[in-house]
Design a binder for this molecule. Structure first.
Ligand code: ATP
Ligand code: MG
Length: 502
């Protein structure tokens, strides 16, 4: 059978004159997992939204099982057997898990007047079981962690019995165990003949789960190949359009001066008696699984969570941080892992978001100095290579990776002495990642202390002078750069033999 499950031809789409897609083709057959690769802003999500009926293409043809179709809207796409897990979640926070999954197509009691809640909760339970998530279907989505919300999104897309499932960065918020569960589900779906379009910036995942790969660059189709016929290096140069050297830069040695000291710190039940020091010009990595207390530790140092016990010293001086404002004034910045919840205001422009944490520097008495603001924005566009038509664009219209760059830029502008980065490169393409690593190097050269929290072990190993490992709120290991390995870290992170503790 040489008929495609889904094929798109010469798709074009512009937003306010900016070409997001410039004549792109895509084909997928039954049981195929197709990776769509490309830098931030390459057009991946736009292409997927066209398939899912969110956007109409300006030009081009879409065929499902050989038949030409015009997808009217998202409901129509679903009816045609297309389901999408969006890069930015679409769940409604104050509704329950079950209501979110069956929104707009709730099972009804005979007579069609009342919702059959019993059936809805039971069906939801079964779907959740399939994705291995054990939460009550009645629970409000707002009480779930980002990873749990992602699992709900996945459960929801399974509930449609779709022929084509689009996964736009489904693993960005998942830990290894959850990711393995997802990969198991993908393999099952493959057996059922479902076609899966898979978007991820994590190269290892592409090689693990995808049969074929297509590369986009600047809205253009570059190449399509089978996974077995290509290599990471080839893909990177196709994506970036150049060879990447120096992925992890060589870091200068840290200074001998202690910048931050944390002593016997306790936060709620999530951080227990944590003590460590971080030096001037040092990148201190913190490894650990989800639930190990890393974000809570970060928030406590940033004044965003109350300290129950213990103390924090900045350059030898004990500090009491009542809130984030105190922390910012003392030169502490935090890039949160929850970009949408804490990092950025989607309805505000890039310019407004960039100035948000740093209004003081652009104020002239009580007015914003437009010239200074413009300089600030230009500086960030250049330093972070933010890709957008204009700085007046609302952040919600930026590609996922470019949103993350705006968050980074916002905090860089506060000129921090201690920069806490929680998953700073999540959703960021490989070329931009290398740029952010270079930026981190420049910061430590200037004496900034960076605390790097990351679930990507290669990133932690490549970019830290020292790595602490947390497990259930405690520090269970400490390694210098030259002695750290993925295996040693994993042992400590799972609470195993404590062979690295200082
Ligand atoms: N609704 C919109 N309005 C204006 N511009 C848009 C809109 N949607 C996308 N764009 C622009 O189209 C381009 C492609 O964006 P898209 O979200 O498809 O990128 P992507 O490949 O998914 O990137 P990422 O890896 O960062 O998620 C970007 O320049 C983006 O700013
Ligand atoms: Mg995207």
């Amino acid at each position: 059978m040489d008929q495609f499950l889904l094929d798109l031809h010469r798709i074009r789409k512009s937003f306010f004159g900016v070409k997001a897609l410039d004549g792109v083709d895509l084909e997928i057959t039954t049981g195929e997992v197709l990776a769509v690769l490309g830098e931030n802003g390459a057009g991946k999500s736009t292409m997927m939204k066209i398939i899912a009926g969110v956007y109409q293409p300006d030009e081009g043809e879409i065929r499902i099982e050989g038949r030409s179709v015009k997808i009217q809207d998202t409901n129509h796409a679903q009816a045609l057997g297309i389901s999408i897990i969006h890069q930015e979640f679409n769940l409604i926070p104050y509704l329950s898990v079950a209501e979110n999954i069956y929104l707009g197509r709730e099972p009804m009691k005979p007579g069609n007047l009342f919702i059959n809640w019993v059936k809805m909760f039971k069906d939801t339970e079964q779907l959740l079981k399939k994705v291995g998530l054990s939460v009550n279907p009645k629970r409000s989505v707002s009480t779930l962690s980002v990873a749990e919300q992602q699992m709900v999104e996945i459960a929801k897309s399974l509930s449609f019995n779709a022929k084509v499932i689009i996964m736009d960065e489904p693993t960005a918020a998942l830990n290894d165990e959850e990711r393995n569960k997802l990969f198991y589900i993908i393999k099952e779906l493959k057996k059922d003949g479902v076609g899966i379009i898979y978007i991820s910036h994590r190269m290892e995942e592409i090689f693990e789960i995808c049969d074929s790969i297509m590369v986009l660059r600047d809205g253009k189709f570059i190449q399509r190949m089978r996974t077995v016929d290509t290599s990471k290096e080839q893909l990177i140069s196709l994506m970036v359009g150049r060879q990447l050297t120096d992925y992890y830069p060589t870091l200068p040695n840290a200074k001998k001066k202690v910048r931050l000291e944390v002593k016997d710190l306790c936060v709620d039940d999530s951080v227990k008696d944590v003590s460590f020091q971080a030096y001037k010009g040092e990148i201190l990595g913190i490894a650990g699984l989800i639930g190990s207390g890393r974000p809570e530790l970060a928030k406590a140092i940033f004044g965003a969570l109350p300290v129950r016990q213990g103390s924090i010293f900045l350059e030898g001086e004990k500090v009491f941080l009542k809130n984030c404002k105190d922390a910012i004034e003392k030169g502490i910045a935090l890039v949160s892992d929850d970009r949408k919840g804490e990092g950025i205001v989607l309805s505000m422009s890039i310019e407004e978001n960039l100035t948000l944490a740093n209004l003081k520097s652009v104020l002239r008495s009580i007015f914003i100095d437009k010239k200074k603001q413009k300089e600030l924005v230009e500086r960030n566009f250049k330093a972070l290579k933010i890709k957008a038509a204009s700085a007046d664009l609302k952040v919600e219209f930026l590609s996922g990776g470019n949103q993350q760059k705006v968050v980074l830029g916002k905090w860089l502008e506060t000129d921090p002495k201690i920069f806490i980065l929680n998953e700073p490169t999540r959703g960021i393409d490989i070329g931009a990642k290398a740029e952010i690593y270079q930026l981190m190097k420049n910061l430590v050269e200037q004496g900034v202390t960076i605390i790097l929290i990351s679930s990507e072990l290669p990133e932690l190993l490549g970019m830290s002078h020292r790595i602490l490992v947390m497990h259930e709120g405690c520090i269970t290991g400490e390694f210098n750069k030259d002695e750290a390995t993925q295996e040693k870290i994993m042992i400590c992170a799972t609470g195993g033999e404590n062979n690295g503790a200082a």
